[in-house]
Design a protein around this ligand. Structure first.
Ligand SMILES: Nc1ncnc2c1ncn2[C@@H]1O[C@H](COP(=O)(O)OP(=O)(O)OP(=O)(O)O)[C@@H](O)[C@H]1O
Ligand SMILES: [Mg+2]
Length: 365
């Protein structure tokens, strides 16, 4: 029997797009988040409370046939009791692996997926030693809770070590070798409880200041796509995963180096709403509700641009042929993801032209 009532921990834009994808399937989403005004709460019912509050989580579980996440940093301890009450998808092991950059890299290595040279850091002495052993430049990151490039410091030379430690100094850090990449790409796939897997085309991602600015897809590289899919497939199987999983890679000397994974729908997959037969949001719901997975075939050449800080002029952007506009209903704030647009064209050349044109009207603040 397939499922209909989905509880979502976190009601950000990812949750909102999940709920919207659920409507045509007859799937009813219920959120848990701090504010009733959060993006998801504007489109589906919401329980208000702290995301890790045991009684609120229990309430969510009691009203849901399956619980899933728009925010993956919920503590294992808060998650465990839910498993006695309802289905939790993706599984706790996947969330726990993704929550800690050190565990995540250990999992990748165990599955023979290349990662940057790295080292756990708990003292300034550790950092000095790691800089010597691994080499500079490198990136000092928090092991937990980093997003959009927050909780990172680039250590260019030994002269930066004091400043890096002053800015970040604490236990629970990781130092990784700076990757001189030619590109960043990501792969997104879904696995059903019965073990069926589907994979979206490879996506090329452009970040600035650690935040995704825009993505272009399908990124036509048969070799890289094959290798990314093989990596993702091994992770999905190893974790007995159910739902959508995304993995970000650096392309270094023509080879993939895994950066991180996200046990949820991913920003670099927003283009699949218009750009694929079945979006990542719909396939996540299909997977966790035991419905057949949908086709991940691209229906054209897509580009997705994030709106950061404030929304751009809607009338101007909608004047661009083939552009879809997404407003998350968030208050403007510098650096905040408030919406995105996707451009869809038949030919890559036309997509590239429209992307260059649209970028002129978008100011990232
Ligand atoms: N070791 C590295 N070498 C080179 N660039 C890096 C490295 N680590 C991170 N970066 C740059 O910073 C970006 C953000 O890093 P990362 O994905 O680790 O952080 P995050 O804050 O978790 O981001 P996300 O929003 O994707 O969750 C990367 O996409 C990349 O552009
Ligand atoms: Mg990232």
């Amino acid at each position: 029997m397939s499922l209909t009532r989905v509880g979502i921990v976190g009601a950000g834009q990812l949750g909102r797009m999940l709920a919207l994808a659920g409507y045509p399937l007859g799937i009813k989403c219920l959120f848990l988040d701090r504010s009733a005004q959060s993006p998801g709460g504007q489109v589906a019912p919401i329980l208000t409370g702290e995301l890790e509050d045991p009684s609120r989580l229990a309430q969510l579980a009691a009203q849901s046939e399956v619980v899933t996440f728009d925010w993956e940093n919920i503590a294992g301890k808060a998650l465990e009791p839910l498993e006695q009450m309802t289905l939790v998808r993706p599984p706790r092991a996947a969330l726990q692996a993704a929550q800690d950059r050190l565990h995540e890299k250990a999992l990748f290595s165990q599955l023979k997926i290349p990662v940057a040279a790295h080292c756990a850091i708990d003292t300034k002495q550790d950092l000095l030693r790691a800089a010597g052993r691994i080499g500079l430049p490198g990136v000092l990151k928090t092991r937990r809770l980093g997003y959009d490039g927050k909780g990172q410091f680039i250590v260019k030379s030994e002269a930066d070590i004091d400043a890096a430690w002053a800015a970040m100094g604490d236990t629970g850090l990781i130092f990784e070798k700076f990757q001189d990449f030619s590109r960043e790409v990501s792969i997104i796939g879904a696995r059903s409880a019965s073990g069926r897997m589907v994979f979206y085309p490879l996506t090329a991602n452009v970040h600035q200041g650690g935040i995704l600015r825009y993505s272009v897809a399908p990124f036509a590289s048969t070799l890289l796509e094959r290798s990314a899919r093989a990596h993702l497939q091994r992770i999905l199987k190893a974790l007995n995963y159910v739902g959508i999983l995304a993995v970000e890679f650096f392309v270094v000397s023509g080879r993939l180096v895994a950066n991180e994974m996200a046990p949820r729908v991913h920003n670099s997959g927003h283009w699949t709403i218009e750009g694929c037969v079945t979006s990542q949001f719909e396939n996540h719901l299909r997977a966790i509700c035991d419905l057949p997975l949908g086709s991940t075939r691209a229906v054209g050449q897509a580009a997705m641009i994030n709106f950061l800080g404030k929304m751009p002029d809607r009338e101007v952007l909608l004047g661009i042929d083939g552009l879809a506009y997404h407003d998350y209903g968030k208050e403007p704030r510098p650096g905040r993801k408030v919406g995105h647009c996707t451009i869809l064209k038949k030919a890559a050349k036309d997509r590239n032209l429209a992307l260059t044109n649209a970028l002129k009207f978008i100011q990232w603040t």
